[in-house]
Design a binder for this molecule. Structure first.
Ligand code: PNS
Length: 173
């Protein structure tokens, strides 16, 4: 699939090690991989879309064929503008599959030149989601190893104004 441009879409609020693993594997499969961040203010994200873009750009700098972009509206419209013929999505568990299948079929209905490629999440990251990482970080738990160090620092800054979270969790000022 080295001649194919693929889109890896998502909310990435924030990017996790699971996302990065998929980006790395996707960059080996496809000629070009566009990490596409959905602009979705209605979801009330923790990180605004430019903060997410800045994090993902730093995290993907080492991949020659990966670029980061922001999109709104329909994913298939963005794919068409990018000249992409594939979407990449990770599947962590069977529970993901139903929703992912629904999205893949809807996207193909909207644009039959675009195929969705599912990759199983790496075992080590199969229980991680951005939402669970935010919940744990917010409550002062350690997210080390679940997100890149850069994201860990940004979570700390956002949620605990830079103070070590374990002290906050134990009630220290
Ligand atoms: O990281 P997420 O939240 O699972 O990503 C979901 C995303 C961004 C891939 C999905 O919500 C999406 O593609 N939204 C764009 C709107 C769209 O095209 N909808 C029709 C296809 S279901």
């Amino acid at each position: 699939m080295k001649h194919v441009i693929a889109i890896y879409p998502g909310t990435f609020d924030p990017p996790t090690n699971g996302h990065l693993d998929l980006i790395e594997r996707g960059s080996k499969l496809f000629g070009e991989l566009v990490v596409a961040i959905l602009r979705n203010p209605e979801k009330d994200p923790l990180f605004d879309v430019e903060e997410r873009r800045a994090m993902l750009e730093k995290l993907t700098r080492r991949f020659d064929n990966v670029r980061v972009d922001i999109f709104g509206g329909l994913l298939v419209d963005f794919a068409r503008r990018a000249g992409a013929h594939a979407m990449l999505r990770g599947i962590r568990a069977i529970s993901d599959y139903e929703y992912e299948l629904q999205m893949a079929l809807m996207n193909r209905k909207l644009e039959d030149g675009v195929e969705t490629v599912f990759l199983p999440a790496a075992e080590a990251y199969s229980y991680i989601s951005s939402r669970i990482v935010k919940d744990v970080a917010r409550l002062g738990g350690r997210v080390h190893g679940l997100v890149p160090p850069l994201v860990e620092a940004q979570l700390q800054r956002k949620l605990h104004r830079g103070r070590p979270s374990h002290k906050i969790a134990k009630g220290h000022k």
